[in-house]
Design a protein around this ligand. Structure first.
Ligand SMILES: [Zn+2]
Length: 185
């Protein structure tokens, strides 16, 4: 489940991170689809169909070169196109939606117990009680198993059950959403 979410997250940011790779991929896939349609329509063989588009592009380039245009003007046009493409990527490269609702809100008290958590895809994850005194991580008390203990200051805590953890999580989510609506508070 976790690995699946992680992979989906990577797929979602792929177009922003690798626009050139995506263009290339789309080009190849588009050419394949075109080839398959050509095979069906015109009963040509696969290699003939596959090279139709690249051949057309190549012919066009040759045609451009045989026109009496200076090389520098062609290079200038290519440079301008690349520059425009780069600007387009920069402008559309908005902050990722993976930002947590309130990324600095990572710890808080619920019913006298301090909790800490992190975010994964806007979801609170690894919510656990921490030491009220020193902020340290808690470990199960070896004697009872129902208590938690802070090894740094020997303070004992009652281990919250699933229902309590759910309540605490909902409490923090509500607070995070409120902070998102009015970030100044
Ligand atoms: Zn402590």
């Amino acid at each position: 489940m976790r690995a699946k979410r992680k992979m989906w997250g990577k797929i979602k940011v792929f177009p922003q991170k690798h626009p050139l790779a995506l263009s290339l991929l789309l080009g190849v896939v588009g050419n394949l689809v075109w080839s398959i349609i050509q095979i069906g329509l015109n009963k040509v063989n696969f290699f003939e169909a596959f090279w139709q588009v690249p051949n057309a592009v190549f012919s066009f380039v040759v045609y451009l070169l045989t026109l009496n245009v200076p090389v520098w003007s062609v290079l200038l046009v290519i440079a301008v196109v690349i520059l425009l493409f780069w600007f387009y990527i920069k402008i559309t490269d908005k902050p990722q939606k993976n930002e947590p609702p309130y990324k600095d809100y990572l710890t808080d008290f619920y019913k006298g117990q301090k909790y800490r958590w992190r975010y994964y895809d806007n979801v609170i994850e690894r919510l656990r009680p921490v030491c009220n005194e020193c902020d340290g991580e808690l470990a199960p008390d070896s004697l009872s198993g129902y208590n938690l203990i802070c090894p740094n200051c020997d303070k004992q805590y009652r281990k919250p059950d699933v229902a309590e953890l759910n309540l605490a999580m909902t409490y923090f989510i509500n607070k995070a959403n409120k902070k998102l609506k009015s970030p100044s508070k």
